[in-house]
Design a protein around this ligand. Structure first.
Ligand code: ATP
Length: 136
């Protein structure tokens, strides 16, 4: 299978850099698969699962809000946070989920509602990736 160059950058580090066969990215409004030769485009991501396939092996990671630029020769993704399952602190994500749920139960401004809903989405996505798709 043809490969393409992928770089995934967060404010703290380069999360991934190398040749891949495909990626599946949590785009706003639905997952987006990219293979070599994909037409150039830019799109936003929302918190969810990122799948990276290298040499026939697919790994899942958590990916937060960000954006992706697909160029003819490479794809670059920028995100607030990207984490492999083993780097996700489950307790922290569970606490973030409880905090966001508690805040959402209170009647807040629409700006706060959006922030808390996004925090809840990040927490759920982290817990799903950590537990291979399952959330208690
Ligand atoms: P919290 O309220 O726990 O900070 P958050 O969703 O607001 O959660 P982010 O803004 O997405 O956190 O991330 C801030 C930094 O903390 C990033 O470096 C991210 O990788 C890290 N981080 C956040 N939550 C976790 C977690 N559960 N496990 C590991 N790293 C985390």
């Amino acid at each position: 299978m043809d490969k393409f160059y992928l770089e995934i950058i967060t404010p703290e580090k380069t999360f991934f850099r190398g040749e891949v066969e495909s990626i599946n990215i949590p785009a706003l409004g639905g997952a987006c698969s990219i293979l070599a030769g994909h037409q150039p485009m830019v799109f936003a991501t929302e918190p969810g699962s990122l799948f990276i396939t290298v040499d026939g092996e697919t790994r899942e990671a958590f990916m937060s809000e960000g954006f992706v630029e697909v160029r003819p020769d490479e794809t670059i993704a920028f995100s607030e946070a990207v984490e492999w399952p083993e780097d996700i602190n489950e307790r922290r994500a569970a606490e973030a989920r409880e905090r966001a749920e508690e805040q959402l139960r209170r009647n807040r401004s629409s700006a706060e509602y959006r922030l808390n809903r996004a925090a809840l989405q990040r927490a759920f996505a982290r817990l799903r990736v950590k537990n291979h798709g399952r959330i208690d």
